[in-house]
Design a protein around this ligand. Sequence first.
Ligand code: DGL
Length: 262
Amino acid sequence: MTNSPTILVFDSGLGGLTVLREVVAARPDAHFVYVADDAFFPYGHHSEDEIIARVVPLMGELIGTHDPDIVVIACNTASTLVLSHLRDAYSVPFVGTVPAIKPACAQSRTRRVSVLGTKGTVKREYTKALIRDFAQGCEVTLVGSPELASLAEAELSGASVSDGDILAELAPCFVGEDATSRTDTVVLACTHYPLLLDRLKRLAPWPVDWIDPAPAIARRVSDLLGPPADGSQSGAEMIFTSNRVHGLSARLTPFFGGRALA
Ligand code: DGL
C-alpha cells in the first residue's frame, strides 16, 4: 500500500458524508474520493434489480478511474443488496453499512428497538436475517421512511424543512407507553439520518438512544488499511454523478476534515 491510501466513499447522495467524517477522523493520512450518485437518488425508491444494475457497473467505472485501496459503501439501501455482487465482481476490499441491529439489541433495556431506514432497507432479506440472528429476544419494529433521506438532503442544502414533515417519518419508531417497556433504542439505518440527529432528538416523543454505525465503520476501514505511514493530511475530491454544480463546498468541507475539495 502507498503512503497515502485512497479511500472511495460511495452513497446515493449526501448521507454518506456522516460516514466519511468518521473515516476522515480515523485516517487523516488518506486521500478521499466521495461519490454521490445523485443522478439516481433516492435509492430507496428503486427496485432491487434497478439498484444492482446501477451500482455494480458504476462501481467498476469508479474503481477504474480512481484505483482506490478500499471502497466504503456508505449506504444501507445499497449495502444490504449489492455488497455480495461487488465482492464477486471486483477484488478491492469493500466495507458496507448495514443496520446496527446487533449492538442496538444488546444494549436495549426495555427490549424494544426500532430500525429507521429507507423503504428498501427495511424490506431487505439481509435486514430480516440480521433480526433473526441478532435480536436477542428484543421486539424489533421496522420503520420504512419514504422521505427522510430527501428531507436530510434538503436541510443540508440549506432549504427549510418543517418539524411536522420530520415527525411524520419518525413517529412510528416510538412504540409503547410505559417507560419500562416502550422503545428505548432507535437504529439509524440510513446514512442520511445522522444529518438530522439534533432535530430527531428534539422531536422524539421521549428520549431514546440513537445508534449510528459510522464510528464502527471507520474503525473497520482503519484496521483493513493497517497503520498510517505518517501523520500528514492528504486531499479530497467530491463527485456528483449528475455533474450538477452544487455550490455547497462551505457546508461540505467540515465532513472532509476541512480539506479543500477538488
Ligand atoms: N443514504 C442511503 C442509505 O443509507 C440511502 C438514501 C436513499 O437514497 O434512499 O440508505
